[in-house]
Design a protein around this ligand. Structure first.
Ligand code: S3P
Ligand code: PEP
Length: 442
C-alpha cells in the first residue's frame, strides 16, 4: 500500500482493547549494532521492524556482519568481530540514533565510511558526536556542510577519553562508549542528568565490563578499552514511547479503556507515565515482570479528567520524545501544562516545539512558545485543521490522537514517517475503535 499524503482522525468515544506496542526502538538499534560488532551469533526477538531499524540492519551488513530475518520480529546476526570499510554510503534514513551510534561503533576500527540520511537527518547536529570521537583520534571530512551529514569517518587507533557531557544525551554517551570498546585505555563519560541506560545494560549482556557510579544527579560511566563483545540472545520489550499513543487516545476519548501489554518500564523511559499520573490520569500498571534485562508491565489507561501541571525539568531526559503526545493530551486538561528545559526538542526529526505550537494553535488550542519550552492551556479543542508534520513521526501521531477527541477532524500532512517507529499504527489504533482514514482535508 502506498502511503497517503494525509491522514485524518475524527472524534470517537469508547476506545477498548488490549494491544502490544512495537519493539523498543532504542534497544532494537543497539541489538543490531552490538550483535554486528560481536564475535558469534546474536538472536533477537521482538525487534522493531520500523524503517529506522531496518536502515541500521543494512548498515551493519555493509560493515561486514550478516543480518537475517528469521521470523516476525526475530532476527539472527552473525557478528563481524572487526568492522570493515563499507562499499557504499551508509544511509541511516531518518534515524539520529542510528547514525550517531553507528559512527561511534565504526570509529574504533581501521576503516573509512561515509554516512548520510534523509532531508531531516541532514539538518541535525553531528559535532556533538564527532567532536568527542575526534578527541579519541577519529578523523572526519564534512562532505557538504560542517556539523551535518553527509560526512566521512576515518576510524582506528583511538585513545580512551574522559568526557563530561553538557546535555544528558544517550546518543552521545553511547557513541563514545562504543568507540571506547576499541580504544587504548579507559573511557569515562559523565552526564549531568541520567539518560536512558540501554547501552550500559546491553553491553554487559554482551559480556563487556562497564562500571556505573552516581555522580551528582547523573552518572559516571567507566569502560576499559580493548574489549570484545560476545554474541547473545536479546529479547526486546515493547516501546514505551510508542505505547504512549494508544494510551493517550484512551485518556482523552470518553468511555475508553485500553491496555498496552509488555511495555518496558525502565525508569529512565517512563517520565510521561509519571507526568500523566501527576495530572490525574487513571493509569495503572499490572503484571510487572522481567523481560530482556528490563522490567516490563501491562499499562492500562482509562478516560480521565486531566489537570495541567508544571512538568519537573529534571524529568526531561526520561520523556524527551514524549512531549509532543503529552502536549496533545494537555490540550484536553484543565489549566496550564508547563513544559520547560526541553531545548533538545528543537533538534529532533523536526523542531518539535515549533511544530507542536503551530499544530495545536491551528486546532484552536492556546499555546505559548518559549526558547526552551512551551505552555499549553487546556479546554475544548476545536480541531478542523490540516497540520504540517515536517515528515516527523511523533508530530503526526500526536495530532492524530488530538483529532480523536477534538470537535472537528484533524488531518496531518506527510504521515509516511510513522513507519520509522510505529509500523501498523493506523491499523492498531482503528482496531481499538479509532477513526483514522487516508486522505481528508488538505
Ligand atoms: O539513545 C537513544 O536511543 C535515544 C536517545 C534520545 O536522543 P538524545 O540522546 O539525543 O537525547 C532520544 O531522543 C532518541 O529517540 C533515542
Ligand atoms: C528523536 C527520535 O529518534 P532519533 O533521534 O533516533 O531520530 C525519536 O524517535 O523521537
Amino acid at each position: 500500500m502506498s502511503t497517503p499524503q494525509t491522514l485524518t482522525a475524527s472524534r470517537v468515544s469508547g476506545l477498548k482493547g488490549r494491544v502490544r506496542a512495537p519493539g523498543d526502538k532504542s534497544m532494537s538499534h543497539r541489538a543490531l549494532i552490538f550483535g554486528g560488532m560481536a564475535e558469534g551469533v546474536t538472536e533477537i526477538e521482538g525487534l522493531l521492524e520500523g524503517d529506522d531499524i531496518l536502515a541500521t540492519g543494512r548498515a551493519m551488513q555493509a560493515f561486514g556482519a550478516s543480518v537475517e530475518r528469521i521470523g516476525e520480529g526475530r532476527w539472527r546476526v552473525e557478528g563481524a568481530g572487526t568492522l570493515r570499510s563499507p562499499d557504499a554510503v551508509i544511509d541511516c534514513g531518518n534515524a539520529g540514533t542510528g547514525v550517531r551510534l553507528l559512527m561511534g561503533a565504526a570509529a574504533g576500527y581501521d576503516l573509512s565510511a561515509t554516512f548520510d540520511g534523509d532531508a531531516s537527518l541532514r539538518k541535525r547536529p553531528m559535532k556533538r558526536v564527532t567532536g568527542p570521537l575526534a578527541e579519541m583520534g577519529a578523523r572526519f571530512d564534512w562532505n557538504a556542510a560542517e556539523d551535518r551529514v553527509p560526512l566521512t569517518l576515518h576510524g582506528g587507533g583511538l585513545k580512551g577519553l574522559t568526557f563530561v557531557q553538557s546535555v544528558a544525551s544517550a546518543q552521545i554517551k553511547s557513541a563514545i562508549l562504543l568507540a571506547g570498546l576499541n580504544a587504548d585505555g579507559e573511557t569515562i563519560v559523565v552526564e549531568p542528568e541520567k539518560s536512558r541506560d540501554h547501552t550500559e545494560r546491553m553491553l554487559r549482556a554482551f559480556g563487556a565490563e562497564v562500571e556505573v557510579t552516581e555522580e551528582g544527579s547523573g552518572w559516571r560511566i567507566r569502560l576499559p578499552g580493548g574489549q570484545t563483545l560476545k554474541g547473545t540472545h536479546v529479547a526486546v520489550p515493547g516501546d514505551p514511547s510508542s505505547a504512549a499513543f494508544p494510551l493517550a487516545a484512551a485518556l482523552v476519548a470518553p468511555g475508553s479503556e485500553v491496555t498496552v501489554e509488555g511495555v518496558m518500564l525502565n525508569p529512565l523511559r517512563t517520565g510521561l507515565f509519571q507526568t500523566w499520573i501527576d495530572m490525574g490520569a487513571d493509569l495503572t500498571i499490572a503484571n510487572r515482570r522481567q523481560a530482556g534485562g528490563e522490567e516490563v508491565g501491562d499499562v492500562t489507561a482509562r478516560h480521565s479528567a486531566l489537570k495541567g501541571i508544571v512538568v519537573p525539568e529534571d524529568r526531561a531526559a526520561s520523556m524527551i520524545d514524549e512531549y509532543p503526545i503529552l502536549a496533545a493530551t494537555a490540550a484536553f486538561a484543565e489549566g496550564r501544562t508547563v513544559m520547560r528545559g526541553i531545548g533538545e526538542m528543537r533538534v529532533k526529526e523536526s523542531d518539535r516545539i515549533a511544530l507542536m505550537v503551530a499544530g495545536l494553535s491551528a486546532c484552536g488550542v492556546q499555546v505559548e512558545e518559549e526558547p526552551e519550552g512551551f505552555i499549553v492551556t487546556g479546554g475544548p479543542v476545536k480541531g478542523g485543521a490540516t497540520v504540517a508534520t515536517a515528515h516527523d513521526h511523533r508530530i503526526a501521531m500526536s495530532h492524530l490522537v488530538l483529532g480523536l477527541a477534538a470537535e472537528q477532524p484533524v488531518s496531518v500532512r506527510d504521515p509516511e514517517m510513522i513507519a520509522t517507529s510505529f509500523p501498523g499504527f493506523v491499523e492498531l489504533m482503528n482496531g481499538l475503535g479509532a477513526d483514522i482514514v487516508a486522505g481528508g482535508a488538505a
